[in-house]
Ligand binder design. Structure first.
Ligand code: GDP
Ligand code: IMO
Ligand code: MG
Length: 443
Protein backbone atom coordinates (compact mmCIF):
# COMPACT_ATOMS: atom_id res chain seq x y z
CA UNK A 1 0.00 0.00 0.00
CA UNK A 2 -0.84 2.70 -0.94
CA UNK A 3 -2.39 2.40 -4.36
CA UNK A 4 -3.93 5.39 -6.12
CA UNK A 5 -5.99 4.92 -9.27
CA UNK A 6 -6.27 7.92 -11.57
CA UNK A 7 -8.99 7.76 -14.21
CA UNK A 8 -10.61 9.97 -16.81
CA UNK A 9 -14.04 11.03 -15.55
CA UNK A 10 -15.41 12.23 -18.91
CA UNK A 11 -14.76 11.22 -22.54
CA UNK A 12 -10.97 11.15 -22.38
CA UNK A 13 -8.33 13.87 -22.80
CA UNK A 14 -9.08 15.32 -19.38
CA UNK A 15 -5.41 15.91 -18.57
CA UNK A 16 -4.51 12.53 -17.09
CA UNK A 17 -0.96 12.76 -18.42
CA UNK A 18 -0.30 16.01 -16.62
CA UNK A 19 -1.81 14.87 -13.30
CA UNK A 20 0.00 11.52 -13.45
CA UNK A 21 3.28 13.31 -14.08
CA UNK A 22 2.61 15.47 -11.01
CA UNK A 23 1.80 12.47 -8.83
CA UNK A 24 4.80 10.61 -10.24
CA UNK A 25 7.00 13.03 -8.37
CA UNK A 26 6.02 11.13 -5.24
CA UNK A 27 5.20 7.75 -6.77
CA UNK A 28 7.50 4.75 -6.92
CA UNK A 29 5.53 3.07 -9.68
CA UNK A 30 3.19 4.23 -12.46
CA UNK A 31 1.14 1.51 -14.16
CA UNK A 32 -0.97 1.67 -17.31
CA UNK A 33 -3.70 -0.94 -16.96
CA UNK A 34 -5.93 -0.73 -20.07
CA UNK A 35 -6.23 0.77 -23.52
CA UNK A 36 -3.35 1.11 -25.92
CA UNK A 37 -1.98 3.77 -28.20
CA UNK A 38 -5.45 5.15 -28.74
CA UNK A 39 -4.39 7.17 -25.70
CA UNK A 40 -2.45 10.38 -26.08
CA UNK A 41 -1.24 11.79 -22.77
CA UNK A 42 0.44 15.19 -22.84
CA UNK A 43 2.98 16.47 -20.36
CA UNK A 44 4.34 20.01 -20.60
CA UNK A 45 7.40 20.75 -18.50
CA UNK A 46 10.20 23.26 -18.84
CA UNK A 47 8.78 24.49 -22.12
CA UNK A 48 8.97 21.02 -23.66
CA UNK A 49 5.95 18.99 -24.71
CA UNK A 50 5.77 15.21 -24.40
CA UNK A 51 3.04 13.20 -26.04
CA UNK A 52 2.93 9.68 -24.67
CA UNK A 53 0.78 6.94 -26.18
CA UNK A 54 1.87 3.73 -24.49
CA UNK A 55 4.54 4.85 -22.10
CA UNK A 56 3.23 5.48 -18.56
CA UNK A 57 3.33 9.18 -17.69
CA UNK A 58 5.89 8.60 -14.93
CA UNK A 59 8.71 8.03 -17.41
CA UNK A 60 10.09 11.56 -17.06
CA UNK A 61 10.93 10.86 -13.41
CA UNK A 62 14.15 8.98 -13.10
CA UNK A 63 13.83 6.03 -10.76
CA UNK A 64 10.08 5.63 -11.19
CA UNK A 65 9.16 2.14 -12.28
CA UNK A 66 6.87 2.44 -15.32
CA UNK A 67 4.72 -0.59 -15.98
CA UNK A 68 2.65 -1.52 -19.01
CA UNK A 69 0.24 -3.93 -17.38
CA UNK A 70 -1.39 -7.07 -18.71
CA UNK A 71 -4.62 -5.20 -19.50
CA UNK A 72 -2.97 -2.93 -22.06
CA UNK A 73 -2.94 -3.75 -25.77
CA UNK A 74 0.55 -3.09 -27.13
CA UNK A 75 1.45 -2.14 -30.67
CA UNK A 76 5.14 -3.06 -30.52
CA UNK A 77 6.00 -0.80 -33.44
CA UNK A 78 4.54 2.20 -31.63
CA UNK A 79 6.22 1.21 -28.38
CA UNK A 80 9.67 0.75 -29.93
CA UNK A 81 9.29 4.08 -31.78
CA UNK A 82 8.24 5.78 -28.55
CA UNK A 83 11.20 4.30 -26.70
CA UNK A 84 13.57 5.48 -29.41
CA UNK A 85 12.13 8.98 -29.40
CA UNK A 86 12.41 9.22 -25.62
CA UNK A 87 16.02 8.04 -25.71
CA UNK A 88 16.73 10.56 -28.46
CA UNK A 89 15.43 13.24 -26.09
CA UNK A 90 17.72 11.86 -23.38
CA UNK A 91 15.06 10.29 -21.19
CA UNK A 92 16.20 7.28 -19.20
CA UNK A 93 13.83 4.46 -20.14
CA UNK A 94 15.47 1.73 -18.06
CA UNK A 95 12.56 1.84 -15.60
CA UNK A 96 10.08 0.44 -18.11
CA UNK A 97 8.57 -3.01 -17.57
CA UNK A 98 6.07 -4.69 -19.90
CA UNK A 99 3.75 -7.46 -18.84
CA UNK A 100 4.44 -10.73 -20.64
CA UNK A 101 0.67 -11.23 -20.66
CA UNK A 102 -0.26 -8.00 -22.44
CA UNK A 103 -1.82 -8.57 -25.86
CA UNK A 104 -0.21 -7.40 -29.07
CA UNK A 105 -1.82 -5.27 -31.74
CA UNK A 106 -1.03 -7.00 -35.04
CA UNK A 107 -1.07 -5.47 -38.55
CA UNK A 108 -4.40 -7.16 -39.27
CA UNK A 109 -5.99 -5.45 -36.28
CA UNK A 110 -5.26 -2.09 -37.87
CA UNK A 111 -6.76 -3.26 -41.17
CA UNK A 112 -9.86 -4.61 -39.46
CA UNK A 113 -10.32 -1.36 -37.52
CA UNK A 114 -10.18 0.66 -40.76
CA UNK A 115 -12.45 -1.76 -42.60
CA UNK A 116 -14.95 -1.89 -39.72
CA UNK A 117 -15.29 1.88 -39.66
CA UNK A 118 -15.58 2.06 -43.46
CA UNK A 119 -18.33 -0.55 -43.37
CA UNK A 120 -20.28 1.39 -40.74
CA UNK A 121 -20.21 4.48 -42.95
CA UNK A 122 -22.33 7.19 -41.39
CA UNK A 123 -22.79 5.08 -38.25
CA UNK A 124 -19.06 4.85 -37.58
CA UNK A 125 -17.73 5.15 -34.04
CA UNK A 126 -14.89 7.44 -35.02
CA UNK A 127 -12.23 5.14 -33.58
CA UNK A 128 -8.61 6.15 -33.52
CA UNK A 129 -8.04 3.35 -36.07
CA UNK A 130 -5.18 2.00 -34.02
CA UNK A 131 -6.54 -1.57 -34.01
CA UNK A 132 -7.72 -1.42 -30.41
CA UNK A 133 -11.18 -2.99 -30.84
CA UNK A 134 -10.06 -5.90 -33.05
CA UNK A 135 -7.18 -6.66 -30.66
CA UNK A 136 -9.45 -6.82 -27.61
CA UNK A 137 -11.89 -8.90 -29.68
CA UNK A 138 -9.14 -11.45 -30.37
CA UNK A 139 -8.22 -11.44 -26.69
CA UNK A 140 -11.80 -12.32 -25.76
CA UNK A 141 -11.97 -14.92 -28.55
CA UNK A 142 -8.76 -16.44 -27.21
CA UNK A 143 -7.02 -15.82 -30.48
CA UNK A 144 -4.77 -13.10 -29.12
CA UNK A 145 -1.01 -12.97 -29.41
CA UNK A 146 0.78 -11.87 -26.28
CA UNK A 147 4.05 -10.11 -25.54
CA UNK A 148 5.59 -13.39 -24.34
CA UNK A 149 4.91 -14.92 -27.79
CA UNK A 150 7.41 -12.49 -29.33
CA UNK A 151 10.20 -14.56 -27.88
CA UNK A 152 9.48 -17.84 -29.67
CA UNK A 153 9.36 -17.96 -33.45
CA UNK A 154 7.54 -21.29 -33.70
CA UNK A 155 4.79 -20.32 -31.29
CA UNK A 156 4.46 -16.84 -32.78
CA UNK A 157 4.01 -18.15 -36.31
CA UNK A 158 1.53 -20.82 -35.24
CA UNK A 159 -0.54 -18.29 -33.32
CA UNK A 160 -0.58 -15.87 -36.24
CA UNK A 161 -1.87 -18.60 -38.56
CA UNK A 162 -4.60 -19.54 -36.07
CA UNK A 163 -5.61 -15.91 -35.54
CA UNK A 164 -5.75 -15.19 -39.26
CA UNK A 165 -7.85 -18.22 -40.17
CA UNK A 166 -11.29 -16.90 -39.08
CA UNK A 167 -10.50 -13.45 -40.51
CA UNK A 168 -9.83 -14.59 -44.06
CA UNK A 169 -13.10 -13.26 -45.39
CA UNK A 170 -12.87 -9.82 -43.77
CA UNK A 171 -9.22 -9.47 -44.76
CA UNK A 172 -9.85 -10.36 -48.41
CA UNK A 173 -9.60 -6.70 -49.54
CA UNK A 174 -6.09 -6.64 -48.02
CA UNK A 175 -5.00 -9.96 -49.56
CA UNK A 176 -2.11 -8.38 -51.46
CA UNK A 177 -0.93 -6.20 -48.58
CA UNK A 178 2.70 -7.15 -47.82
CA UNK A 179 2.05 -6.63 -44.11
CA UNK A 180 -0.03 -9.83 -44.16
CA UNK A 181 2.77 -12.03 -45.45
CA UNK A 182 3.22 -14.66 -42.72
CA UNK A 183 7.01 -14.81 -42.74
CA UNK A 184 7.44 -11.05 -43.04
CA UNK A 185 5.00 -10.46 -40.17
CA UNK A 186 6.72 -13.08 -38.00
CA UNK A 187 10.15 -11.61 -38.73
CA UNK A 188 8.98 -8.07 -38.01
CA UNK A 189 7.46 -9.08 -34.67
CA UNK A 190 10.52 -11.15 -33.70
CA UNK A 191 12.59 -8.01 -34.21
CA UNK A 192 10.30 -6.15 -31.82
CA UNK A 193 10.73 -9.06 -29.42
CA UNK A 194 14.50 -8.62 -29.47
CA UNK A 195 14.17 -4.89 -28.86
CA UNK A 196 11.70 -5.27 -26.02
CA UNK A 197 13.00 -8.44 -24.38
CA UNK A 198 14.91 -6.66 -21.63
CA UNK A 199 11.71 -4.94 -20.48
CA UNK A 200 9.41 -7.98 -20.39
CA UNK A 201 8.55 -9.10 -16.86
CA UNK A 202 5.99 -10.56 -14.47
CA UNK A 203 4.66 -7.09 -13.76
CA UNK A 204 1.89 -8.16 -11.39
CA UNK A 205 4.52 -9.50 -9.01
CA UNK A 206 6.63 -6.38 -9.37
CA UNK A 207 3.70 -4.11 -8.51
CA UNK A 208 2.53 -6.23 -5.57
CA UNK A 209 6.05 -6.30 -4.22
CA UNK A 210 6.20 -2.49 -4.28
CA UNK A 211 2.78 -2.25 -2.60
CA UNK A 212 3.95 -4.68 0.09
CA UNK A 213 6.88 -2.37 0.74
CA UNK A 214 4.48 0.51 1.32
CA UNK A 215 5.51 2.31 -1.83
CA UNK A 216 3.11 4.56 -3.71
CA UNK A 217 1.74 3.00 -6.88
CA UNK A 218 -0.24 5.19 -9.30
CA UNK A 219 -2.50 3.30 -11.70
CA UNK A 220 -2.83 5.55 -14.75
CA UNK A 221 -6.08 5.16 -16.65
CA UNK A 222 -6.50 5.91 -20.32
CA UNK A 223 -9.69 7.17 -22.02
CA UNK A 224 -12.54 7.99 -19.63
CA UNK A 225 -15.59 6.65 -17.80
CA UNK A 226 -18.03 7.54 -20.56
CA UNK A 227 -15.96 5.61 -23.09
CA UNK A 228 -16.13 2.48 -20.91
CA UNK A 229 -17.34 -0.55 -22.85
CA UNK A 230 -19.76 -1.53 -20.04
CA UNK A 231 -20.68 1.80 -18.48
CA UNK A 232 -20.14 4.33 -21.26
CA UNK A 233 -22.22 5.46 -24.19
CA UNK A 234 -22.17 2.06 -25.95
CA UNK A 235 -21.55 1.44 -28.83
CA UNK A 236 -19.72 4.77 -29.06
CA UNK A 237 -17.06 3.62 -26.63
CA UNK A 238 -13.63 2.09 -26.61
CA UNK A 239 -13.12 -1.66 -26.22
CA UNK A 240 -11.74 -1.70 -22.68
CA UNK A 241 -12.84 -0.64 -19.21
CA UNK A 242 -11.30 2.74 -18.34
CA UNK A 243 -13.07 2.75 -14.94
CA UNK A 244 -11.13 2.29 -11.71
CA UNK A 245 -12.26 -1.30 -11.14
CA UNK A 246 -10.26 -2.33 -14.19
CA UNK A 247 -7.01 -1.22 -12.56
CA UNK A 248 -6.99 -4.40 -10.50
CA UNK A 249 -7.59 -6.68 -13.46
CA UNK A 250 -5.29 -4.84 -15.83
CA UNK A 251 -2.39 -4.66 -13.40
CA UNK A 252 -2.86 -7.92 -11.50
CA UNK A 253 -3.58 -6.58 -8.00
CA UNK A 254 -6.58 -7.04 -5.74
CA UNK A 255 -9.31 -4.52 -4.85
CA UNK A 256 -7.89 -4.10 -1.35
CA UNK A 257 -4.69 -2.73 -2.84
CA UNK A 258 -6.51 0.43 -3.93
CA UNK A 259 -6.73 3.25 -1.39
CA UNK A 260 -7.67 6.28 -3.44
CA UNK A 261 -9.43 6.89 -6.74
CA UNK A 262 -8.93 10.24 -8.42
CA UNK A 263 -11.07 11.31 -11.35
CA UNK A 264 -9.65 13.84 -13.77
CA UNK A 265 -12.20 16.13 -15.42
CA UNK A 266 -11.98 19.31 -17.44
CA UNK A 267 -13.83 22.38 -16.24
CA UNK A 268 -15.93 21.88 -19.39
CA UNK A 269 -16.51 18.86 -21.63
CA UNK A 270 -14.97 17.52 -24.80
CA UNK A 271 -15.46 14.43 -26.87
CA UNK A 272 -13.59 13.19 -29.92
CA UNK A 273 -15.37 10.68 -32.10
CA UNK A 274 -19.07 10.05 -32.54
CA UNK A 275 -21.78 9.43 -29.94
CA UNK A 276 -24.14 11.23 -27.60
CA UNK A 277 -22.94 14.43 -25.93
CA UNK A 278 -25.85 16.13 -24.13
CA UNK A 279 -24.05 19.41 -23.38
CA UNK A 280 -22.44 19.85 -26.78
CA UNK A 281 -22.03 23.40 -28.05
CA UNK A 282 -21.88 24.51 -31.64
CA UNK A 283 -21.10 27.81 -33.33
CA UNK A 284 -18.82 30.66 -32.22
CA UNK A 285 -18.82 29.77 -28.51
CA UNK A 286 -17.74 26.21 -29.28
CA UNK A 287 -15.01 27.52 -31.59
CA UNK A 288 -13.83 29.94 -28.94
CA UNK A 289 -13.52 27.26 -26.25
CA UNK A 290 -11.91 24.83 -28.71
CA UNK A 291 -9.31 27.39 -29.72
CA UNK A 292 -8.50 28.58 -26.21
CA UNK A 293 -8.26 25.02 -24.91
CA UNK A 294 -6.36 23.81 -27.99
CA UNK A 295 -8.91 21.06 -28.28
CA UNK A 296 -7.36 18.99 -31.03
CA UNK A 297 -6.63 15.30 -30.47
CA UNK A 298 -3.19 14.27 -29.22
CA UNK A 299 -3.39 10.99 -31.11
CA UNK A 300 -5.31 11.79 -34.29
CA UNK A 301 -5.23 15.60 -34.47
CA UNK A 302 -9.02 15.66 -34.87
CA UNK A 303 -10.90 18.72 -33.63
CA UNK A 304 -12.59 17.80 -30.35
CA UNK A 305 -16.28 18.45 -29.90
CA UNK A 306 -16.78 20.81 -26.95
CA UNK A 307 -19.57 21.54 -24.49
CA UNK A 308 -20.40 22.82 -21.02
CA UNK A 309 -19.46 20.85 -17.93
CA UNK A 310 -21.90 17.97 -17.55
CA UNK A 311 -22.41 17.39 -13.84
CA UNK A 312 -24.97 14.62 -14.38
CA UNK A 313 -22.33 12.64 -16.25
CA UNK A 314 -19.62 13.60 -13.78
CA UNK A 315 -21.70 12.45 -10.81
CA UNK A 316 -22.28 9.17 -12.67
CA UNK A 317 -18.52 8.83 -13.23
CA UNK A 318 -17.95 9.51 -9.53
CA UNK A 319 -20.36 6.70 -8.68
CA UNK A 320 -19.05 4.01 -11.00
CA UNK A 321 -15.45 4.76 -10.05
CA UNK A 322 -15.96 5.42 -6.30
CA UNK A 323 -14.04 8.64 -6.76
CA UNK A 324 -12.41 9.92 -3.61
CA UNK A 325 -11.13 13.11 -5.25
CA UNK A 326 -11.43 15.15 -8.39
CA UNK A 327 -8.67 16.86 -10.35
CA UNK A 328 -10.35 19.65 -12.30
CA UNK A 329 -8.20 20.78 -15.20
CA UNK A 330 -8.34 23.69 -17.65
CA UNK A 331 -10.20 26.11 -15.41
CA UNK A 332 -8.07 28.82 -17.06
CA UNK A 333 -9.76 28.15 -20.41
CA UNK A 334 -13.09 29.43 -19.08
CA UNK A 335 -11.68 32.85 -18.22
CA UNK A 336 -13.33 35.63 -20.21
CA UNK A 337 -16.71 33.96 -20.62
CA UNK A 338 -19.35 36.23 -19.08
CA UNK A 339 -21.46 33.33 -17.81
CA UNK A 340 -20.66 29.73 -17.06
CA UNK A 341 -23.25 27.04 -17.63
CA UNK A 342 -23.15 23.76 -15.74
CA UNK A 343 -25.54 20.97 -16.63
CA UNK A 344 -27.43 19.72 -13.59
CA UNK A 345 -30.12 17.62 -15.27
CA UNK A 346 -31.23 16.38 -18.66
CA UNK A 347 -34.60 16.76 -20.35
CA UNK A 348 -35.77 13.72 -22.30
CA UNK A 349 -37.44 13.89 -25.71
CA UNK A 350 -40.81 13.33 -23.97
CA UNK A 351 -40.13 16.24 -21.65
CA UNK A 352 -39.24 14.20 -18.55
CA UNK A 353 -36.63 15.53 -16.12
CA UNK A 354 -33.67 13.18 -15.83
CA UNK A 355 -31.52 13.55 -12.73
CA UNK A 356 -29.44 10.48 -13.46
CA UNK A 357 -27.36 9.42 -16.42
CA UNK A 358 -29.83 7.42 -18.56
CA UNK A 359 -28.95 3.78 -19.11
CA UNK A 360 -31.06 3.53 -22.26
CA UNK A 361 -29.23 4.44 -25.47
CA UNK A 362 -32.24 6.03 -27.18
CA UNK A 363 -33.06 8.19 -24.16
CA UNK A 364 -29.46 9.34 -23.90
CA UNK A 365 -29.25 10.15 -27.60
CA UNK A 366 -32.16 12.58 -27.28
CA UNK A 367 -31.35 13.96 -23.84
CA UNK A 368 -30.75 17.70 -23.73
CA UNK A 369 -28.81 19.37 -20.96
CA UNK A 370 -30.45 21.86 -18.59
CA UNK A 371 -28.25 24.33 -16.81
CA UNK A 372 -27.47 26.39 -13.75
CA UNK A 373 -25.86 29.63 -14.81
CA UNK A 374 -22.93 30.76 -12.69
CA UNK A 375 -21.04 34.04 -12.95
CA UNK A 376 -17.99 34.08 -15.16
CA UNK A 377 -14.55 35.51 -14.41
CA UNK A 378 -12.16 37.41 -16.63
CA UNK A 379 -8.83 37.21 -14.80
CA UNK A 380 -5.90 35.26 -16.20
CA UNK A 381 -5.54 32.28 -13.84
CA UNK A 382 -2.18 31.01 -14.98
CA UNK A 383 -0.31 32.53 -12.04
CA UNK A 384 -2.74 31.35 -9.38
CA UNK A 385 -1.17 28.79 -7.05
CA UNK A 386 -3.57 28.76 -4.10
CA UNK A 387 -7.34 28.78 -3.84
CA UNK A 388 -7.11 32.31 -2.45
CA UNK A 389 -5.41 33.49 -5.63
CA UNK A 390 -8.51 32.59 -7.64
CA UNK A 391 -11.19 35.19 -8.36
CA UNK A 392 -14.37 34.65 -6.29
CA UNK A 393 -16.38 33.47 -9.31
CA UNK A 394 -13.81 30.76 -10.08
CA UNK A 395 -13.89 29.63 -6.45
CA UNK A 396 -17.68 29.55 -6.57
CA UNK A 397 -17.50 27.41 -9.71
CA UNK A 398 -15.25 24.89 -7.91
CA UNK A 399 -17.47 24.92 -4.83
CA UNK A 400 -20.56 24.25 -6.93
CA UNK A 401 -18.95 21.34 -8.78
CA UNK A 402 -17.60 19.65 -5.65
CA UNK A 403 -20.92 20.07 -3.82
CA UNK A 404 -22.97 18.71 -6.71
CA UNK A 405 -20.75 15.71 -7.38
CA UNK A 406 -20.06 15.25 -3.66
CA UNK A 407 -16.39 14.66 -4.24
CA UNK A 408 -13.70 17.05 -3.02
CA UNK A 409 -11.48 18.75 -5.58
CA UNK A 410 -7.85 17.94 -4.79
CA UNK A 411 -6.21 19.78 -7.61
CA UNK A 412 -7.09 22.48 -10.12
CA UNK A 413 -5.34 23.01 -13.45
CA UNK A 414 -4.72 26.61 -14.50
CA UNK A 415 -2.50 25.98 -17.52
CA UNK A 416 -0.80 23.15 -19.39
CA UNK A 417 2.57 23.46 -17.62
CA UNK A 418 3.33 21.20 -14.68
CA UNK A 419 3.62 24.20 -12.34
CA UNK A 420 0.29 25.63 -13.43
CA UNK A 421 -1.64 23.88 -10.74
CA UNK A 422 -3.38 24.57 -7.45
CA UNK A 423 -3.26 21.88 -4.76
CA UNK A 424 -6.31 22.51 -2.61
CA UNK A 425 -6.45 22.13 1.14
CA UNK A 426 -9.17 19.50 0.72
CA UNK A 427 -6.81 17.50 -1.47
CA UNK A 428 -3.86 17.76 0.85
CA UNK A 429 -5.96 16.59 3.78
CA UNK A 430 -7.50 13.70 1.93
CA UNK A 431 -4.87 12.19 -0.31
CA UNK A 432 -2.87 9.07 0.31
CA UNK A 433 -0.07 9.96 2.69
CA UNK A 434 2.76 11.52 0.77
CA UNK A 435 0.91 11.60 -2.52
CA UNK A 436 0.56 15.34 -2.68
CA UNK A 437 2.64 18.19 -1.38
CA UNK A 438 1.52 19.92 1.81
CA UNK A 439 -1.09 22.64 1.37
CA UNK A 440 0.63 25.74 0.11
CA UNK A 441 1.05 28.61 2.52
CA UNK A 442 -1.65 31.25 2.34
CA UNK A 443 -0.65 34.49 0.69
P1 GDP B 1 -5.09 13.04 -21.38
O1 GDP B 1 -5.31 12.15 -22.55
O2 GDP B 1 -6.15 12.91 -20.34
O3 GDP B 1 -3.71 12.91 -20.80
O4 GDP B 1 -5.20 14.53 -21.95
P2 GDP B 1 -4.55 15.10 -23.32
O5 GDP B 1 -3.09 15.23 -23.12
O6 GDP B 1 -5.02 14.31 -24.48
O7 GDP B 1 -5.28 16.50 -23.43
C1 GDP B 1 -5.20 17.44 -22.41
C2 GDP B 1 -4.58 18.73 -22.98
O8 GDP B 1 -4.80 19.78 -22.08
C3 GDP B 1 -3.08 18.65 -23.16
O9 GDP B 1 -2.72 19.41 -24.28
C4 GDP B 1 -2.53 19.29 -21.89
O10 GDP B 1 -1.25 19.88 -22.06
C5 GDP B 1 -3.57 20.34 -21.62
N1 GDP B 1 -3.79 20.66 -20.20
C6 GDP B 1 -3.78 19.85 -19.12
N2 GDP B 1 -4.14 20.52 -18.01
C7 GDP B 1 -4.38 21.79 -18.40
C8 GDP B 1 -4.83 22.96 -17.72
O11 GDP B 1 -5.10 22.97 -16.52
N3 GDP B 1 -4.98 24.11 -18.48
C9 GDP B 1 -4.71 24.13 -19.81
N4 GDP B 1 -4.89 25.27 -20.47
N5 GDP B 1 -4.30 23.04 -20.48
C10 GDP B 1 -4.15 21.89 -19.79
P1 IMO C 1 -6.89 9.40 -23.76
O1 IMO C 1 -6.24 8.34 -22.91
C1 IMO C 1 -10.31 10.60 -26.19
C2 IMO C 1 -12.30 7.45 -28.48
C3 IMO C 1 -12.22 7.51 -29.98
C4 IMO C 1 -13.56 6.88 -30.35
C5 IMO C 1 -13.71 5.79 -29.31
C6 IMO C 1 -13.27 4.42 -29.78
O2 IMO C 1 -5.92 10.26 -24.48
O3 IMO C 1 -7.89 10.16 -22.97
P2 IMO C 1 -10.88 3.32 -30.16
O4 IMO C 1 -9.76 3.70 -31.07
O5 IMO C 1 -10.51 3.29 -28.72
O6 IMO C 1 -11.57 2.05 -30.59
O7 IMO C 1 -11.99 4.49 -30.36
O8 IMO C 1 -12.92 6.19 -28.20
N1 IMO C 1 -11.00 7.46 -27.76
C7 IMO C 1 -10.52 8.52 -27.10
N2 IMO C 1 -11.02 9.77 -26.96
N3 IMO C 1 -9.18 10.24 -25.54
C8 IMO C 1 -8.68 8.99 -25.65
O9 IMO C 1 -7.63 8.57 -24.92
C9 IMO C 1 -9.34 8.08 -26.48
N4 IMO C 1 -9.13 6.79 -26.83
C10 IMO C 1 -10.16 6.42 -27.61
O10 IMO C 1 -12.12 8.83 -30.43
O11 IMO C 1 -14.60 7.82 -30.14
MG1 MG D 1 -5.49 12.26 -24.63
Amino acid sequence: MPGLVLVGAQWGDEGKGKVTDLLAERADVVVRFQGGNNAGHTIVRDGQTWKLHLMPSGILHQGTLCVIGNGVVVDPKVLTDELEELRRRRVDTSGLRISANAHLIMPYHLMLDHAGEARLGKLQIGTTRRGIGPCYADKAARLGIRVQDLLDEKILKKKIVTALEPKRLSLRPFAKDPRLDLQAMTDEYLTYGHRLEAYIADTSRLVLDRLDHDQLVVFEGAQGALLDIDHGTYPFVTSSNPVAGAACIGAGVGPKDIDEVWGVAKAYSTRVGAGPFPTELEGPLADEIRDRGHEYGTTTGRARRVGWLDLVALRYAARINSLTALALTKLDVLSGLPQLHVCTRYRSEEGAELDHFPYHQTVLHHAIGEYEVLPGFSEDLSDCRTEEDLPPAAREYLRFVAAFVRVPIALVGVGPGRDEVIWTRAGAGLAVAGAVPPAPARV
